[in-house]
Design a protein around this ligand. Structure first.
Ligand SMILES: Nc1ncnc2c1ncn2[C@@H]1O[C@H](COP(=O)(O)OP(=O)(O)OP(=O)(O)O)[C@@H](O)[C@H]1O
Length: 682
């Protein structure tokens, strides 16, 4: 009896371990696909080994001894007719010493390392009897966890495979169209590769069976996004259809310029959304300096005019502060109560600001993520504008989504981004959003001239800086990016500042970097805005959104260290006024070919979409969209970079399925998205 009891106990413990891997139901096991495969189907010749290879060889033990080299270790050498291989164990039992006694013929398996003077070696290889029958198929290796071994997982997977039906969710027509392997065959093959399977393509995940699985996963993602969209359309929002008092018109008179046709078009799209009784979820894209702020202000004016509150959130205080400055200058004279809520406020001030928001006194509140903290409540939030949403972390985005959901009536949401996302990519990865694009710059902009300068021409450049400042303009000097170390980055910024103060004595120079206390940051930025500073030495904190039209010269030091999108954003800080502007990319020769291509792109074009296209070419969508850092890449099998073509097919298929085979779409989503629906929605 005690043994049976113990067995039962341990089964429960194993189930718990499986559960920790997300394996609860049969289908979870079915989709628990191998991480990789081990190839135990062949014995390699020692002479053919290469470093990094997982290999299996047979040979005679020529030498075997326990050595004390720093620590006690068992070292052996085996030999076949093609060469010799060293074996080493740092932990070993007496039985292992015996297993590699000199003169024995053994089989070993492990990773080939080294290539030193002594040749290749294997550390802690598995030893078995030479001449034992070879496996006739690849051995799957599954994602595991502490306390679960491969045979246990294999057994559980195969048991699940025997129980479930692996019906194909995809209609035959679709399978044919994209030459997809059947689902059931693919799954069985991946768990138990047959003898004649193409080993290489299984290991590299290019086998048709893998392609089918990736296709299905990406399809599920696409379907989930479109379900998210449908769900949103079933939610309630305030339909802002009233006539209002003409606040939008008064705002437009206040801003002092006429909208461009592009701004008019996107404003119309946004206002149309806000008149609907389900929440808007629109992404407003516009190249740097294209004038997104005024469009957000129009949306805000429309909501406020109908009695709603508006929140505008930006990822950094500098950016939020600037929005606040601009929007309050527009709205306050019109009698609209604006508020400011950011982390740097004293607790008391924060509380006061939050109380005014909660009471509905504040009509327009601007701030950072402090706006979505739990204790902040709104009397009647009608519109939430989020600038540069992709810069917020996943957690913040989730709480943003939830903030809306808590209310029975969700606010309309407008996201803004200065990263032009190529259309196919946007359709693939933001399929649940509507997208508006401001595709032309405001009039009267003189294009920024971009010049490449080798660092050796620095003194020439300093003379030019002097001239520009004497003409009453302002200058940005962007410090080199030091990605590896924030401390070093800071040091570089301070050094540059000190050096420029000497080189350009008599000029008013300020320093702005991420580590400054917020109040100082604000003070420096305000001084630059008011033209109390001539030159601003800055790190990339100024990358997004900073808008000082009088600044007409930008110098980017060590431009070769920056990414293309980043250079474009930085350059966008100048050329915002009437003055002719210049952006100087200072580089340190010699340049790598990638850096040359990047700088050349900057020199050749100013079109954000073209730059984005080239950036995408160089970096791939994962890096481009920042999905890796943001944790948005929630795919288990597909890779958004390598499998982008499959993602596009999946996107088209999702549309086909929903319109022609809605049942198949539902079944597919059910199969894949059961535990992931919450995450996929992001
Ligand atoms: N229609 C227009 N006519 C003239 N000037 C405009 C117009 N629209 C916007 N501007 C001005 O252009 C500048 C850039 O606008 P804004 O700051 O809104 O750009 P943005 O799209 O937010 O760019 P970024 O992403 O770089 O912050 C501002 O100084 C703004 O006042």
């Amino acid at each position: 009896m005690p043994t049976a009891f113990a067995k039962k106990e341990s089964l429960a413990a194993i189930d718990k371990k499986f559960a920790s891997l997300g394996l609860l139901e049969d289908f979870d096991f079915v989709l628990h696909l191998p991480l990789r495969y081990e190839d135990e189907t062949a014995v390699h010749r020692i002479g053919s080994l290469y470093p990094g290879q997982m290999a299996q060889v047979e040979g005679i033990v020529r030498k075997s001894e326990v050595q004390i080299r720093g620590r006690r270790q068992l070292v052996a050498t085996i030999e076949d007719e093609s060469g010799q291989l060293s074996l080493r164990w740092l932990h070993f039992y007496p039985s292992q010493i015996k297993a590699v006694e000199e003169g024995r013929l053994i089989r070993v398996r492990g990773e080939v390392r080294g290539g030193s003077f002594w040749g290749f070696e294997m550390v802690h290889p598995k030893v078995s009897r030479a001449g034992a029958p070879l496996s006739d198929r690849l051995t799957p290796v599954y994602p595991a966890t502490e306390g679960l071994n491969q045979p246990q997982i294999r057994k559980a997977v195969n048991a699940a495979l025997a129980r479930v039906r692996l019906d194909d969710t995809l209609p035959e027509a679709i399978q044919k169209k994209y030459h997809l392997a059947p689902f059931a065959d693919s799954i069985r093959l991946l768990h138990n590769p047959p003898k004649d399977a193409d080993t290489q393509s299984l290991i590299e995940k290019t086998h048709p069976a893998w392609e089918r699985v990736k296709f299905d996963e990406l399809l599920a993602q696409q379907l989930a996004m479109s379900v998210a969209r449908a769900t949103r359309q079933n939610k309630k929002a305030y339909a802002m259809k009233g006539k209002g008092s003409g606040l939008v018109t008064r705002l437009l008179a206040q801003v002092g310029f006429a909208l461009t046709p592009a701004q008019e078009k996107v404003s119309r799209e946004i206002l149309t959304d806000m008149k609907r009784s389900y929440p808007m979820q629109r992404l407003l894209q516009g190249d740097v300096g294209s004038g997104k702020t005024v469009v957000a202000a129009i949306a805000a004016a429309h909501a406020i005019d109908q009695g709603f509150q508006v929140a505008i959130m930006a990822p950094t205080e500098i950016l939020a502060e600037q929005h606040y400055r601009k929007l309050s200058a527009w709205f306050e004279p019109l009698g609209i109560a604006t508020g400011w809520l950011a982390g740097s406020l004293t607790p008391k001030k924060k509380q006061q600001a939050a109380a005014l928001v909660a009471d509905g006194v504040t009509q327009l509140v601007v701030g950072t993520q402090a706006l979505i903290q739990q204790h902040v409540t709104f009397a009647k939030l009608g519109l939430m504008v989020v600038d540069e949403q992709h810069r917020f972390g996943v957690g913040q985005r989730l709480s943003l989504a939830r903030k809306g959901e808590q209310e029975t009536i969700a606010p309309h949401q407008l996201s803004m981004s200065a990263t032009p996302i190529p259309r196919t990519l946007a359709m693939t990865f933001f399929a649940d959003l509507d997208v508006s694009v401001i595709d032309a710059l405001p009039p009267g902009r003189t294009p920024v001239v971009t010049k490449l300068f080798a660092d050796s021409r620095r003194s020439e450049l300093l003379a030019h800086v002097h001239d520009v400042i004497l003409q009453g303009r302002q200058v940005y000097w962007v410090c080199p990016l030091v990605e590896e170390s924030e401390a070093l980055q800071l040091q570089t910024a301070t050094d540059t500042f000190d050096r420029l103060q000497q080189e350009l004595s008599g000029l008013r120079i300020g320093l702005l970097h991420g580590r400054l206390p917020t109040q100082e940051k604000t003070a420096v930025m305000t001084a630059f805005h008011r033209h109390e500073l001539d030159l601003l030495v800055a790190t990339t904190v100024i990358e997004v959104g900073v808008d000082v039209p009088n600044a007409s010269l930008m110098i980017i030091e060590h431009a070769e260290r920056f990414g293309l999108a980043q250079l474009h954003q930085l350059r966008g800080r100048v050329g915002r006024g009437q003055n002719e502007s210049l952006c100087v990319l200072l580089y340190m020769a010699p340049l790598s070919s990638v850096a040359t291509a990047r700088l050349k792109a900057m020199y050749e074009t100013q079109d954000g979409f073209e730059i984005a296209r080239r950036d995408l070419e160089q970096r791939g969508p994962g890096e481009f969209l920042g999905l890796r850092q943001s944790g948005m890449a929630l795919l288990r099998f597909a890779d958004i970079d390598e499998d982008a073509p499959i993602a596009e097919q999946a996107r088209d298929t999702a549309q086909d399925l929903q319109s022609v085979y809605p049942e198949a779409a539902a079944a597919h989503l059910q199969r894949w998205a059961r535990q992931r629906a919450d995450l996929l929605r992001m």
